[in-house]
Design a protein around this ligand. Structure first.
Ligand code: PLP
Length: 387
């Protein structure tokens, strides 16, 4: 059977505002020489589906532009993007420093895999100063993994100072920047080597796709990441790329609107008698507020609430009231979500910020007045059950 020729179309290209979805696992070549030389097409070119499609490249170039970075490699989830960077660089005998408030899958990768592969894993206090982190650096320290604000308890780190120390000591830095997004903070501008985003969250914005991205300015790092993407088989479907490309069209508007609603709701919650504490750096009461104000230009859409102590039935009563808030993990989409973090989950961490359960709220694009009314009702139910 003859090779189908899908490379030529009508003379006039189809003009559309939306990007083309290019499918393909096999890339075909004009000659034996082209085929034999196919690996030299990396890291930008196409040689097999696992190295990407034009739809993936378009998304990568859009994300790189948002991050003010030179190169981007996408991955099938935020967790996969974090893993790709670690697996591309960390080897037996290396020492890695991780924020104790790192995203859960990175902690699992470190504890359950890296340690068994002979890597020394060490956690640092998420609010540690650059000096304190410098004292933890050893001759074999390969990478510092940052996340700021940290997962669930939202600790802020002095990222520019830590990146400067790492650069001086020849240690790589990877930052999970999902909370702020590149419109709020651009890690590469502050000396971080790898900026990781869970594109599942704000970029896609509609809770219908998983994706992650890694952006870097260094072309050698880019080549290493592209190779790791192929070795680990981490390519992304062009249809999923299309969804994230579409999400990016409204991302700045969503980020701004969700940020305003979130600040409003967090400010209100903080004043409620049943609320012990709200963990959210844009609030002046938050210990990370000064760093947030200095470094971050976005308000996120995610924060955690600590209530006055109550038993499991009181929390059940709170969640039973919720209708506009769906109960579920994840965040960054147009729908508001509520999740529960039991006390044990906090205390299992190396430097727990609290020993109390937390409710984590993700604010969507709904009318904030309606969300406030629902939270008021949920707090009343909590108070009544708590007795
Ligand atoms: C959700 C999330 C991730 C993981 O992204 P997935 O696409 O769900 O794997 C990583 N980091 C942070 C901060 C997240 O919130």
């Amino acid at each position: 059977m003859a090779t189908p020729d899908n490379t030529t179309g009508p003379d006039q290209p189809f003009a559309s505002l939306s990007p083309a979805v290019w499918r393909g696992s096999t890339v075909v070549f004009d000659s034996l020489d082209d085929f034999s030389e196919r690996r030299h097409r990396q890291p930008d070119g196409y040689s097999y589906g696992v190295t990407g499609t034009p739809t993936a490249r378009l998304l990568e170039s859009r994300i790189a532009a948002l991050e003010n970075g030179a190169h981007c490699v996408i991955a099938p989830s935020g967790a996969a993007a974090l893993m790709m960077v670690v697996m591309a660089y960390v080897r037996t005998g290396d020492h890695v420093l991780l924020s104790a408030a790192s995203y859960g899958s990175l902690v699992s990768l470190a504890n359950q895999w890296l340690t068994r592969l002979g890597v020394e894993v060490e956690y640092y206090l998420p609010v540690a100063s650059a000096d304190e982190i410098e004292r933890l650096i050893r001759p074999n320290t390969r990478m510092i993994c940052l996340e700021s604000p940290g997962t669930v308890t939202m600790e802020m780190s002095d990222v520019p100072a830590i990146a400067a120390v790492a650069q001086r000591r020849g240690v790589l830095t990877m930052m999970d920047n999902t909370w702020a997004s590149p419109l709020g903070f651009r890690p590469l501008d502050h000396g971080v080597d790898f900026s990781v985003e869970a594109a599942t969250k704000f970029f896609s914005g509609h809770s219908d796709v998983l994706m992650g991205s890694v952006t870097t300015n260094d072309s050698e790092h880019y080549a290493v990441l592209r190779e790791a993407q192929g070795t680990l088989g981490q390519q992304v479907s062009p249809d999923d790329c299309f969804l994230v490309l579409r999400g990016l069209e409204t991302f700045p508007l969503r980020l701004a609107a969700q940020g305003e609603s979130t600040l409003r709701i967090a400010t209100w919650l903080e004043r409620q008698p049943l609320v012990e504490r709200v963990w959210y750096p844009p609030l002046p009461s938050d210990p990370g507020h000064a760093l947030w104000q200095r470094d971050i230009r976005s308000k996120g859409c995610l924060f955690s609430v600590q209530l006055l102590p109550g038993d499991a039935d009181a929390y059940r009563a709170f969640f039973n009231v919720l209708q506009r808030f769906s109960i579920g993990a994840s965040w960054g989409g147009v729908h508001s979500l509520a999740a529960f973090y039991p006390a044990e989950l906090q205390s299992s961490r190396q430097f727990p910020a609290t020993d109390q359960p937390l409710i984590r709220l993700a604010i969507g694009v709904e009318d904030p007045e309606l969300l406030l009314a629902e939270l008021q009702a949920a707090l009343s139910a909590y108070g009544a059950q708590r007795g």
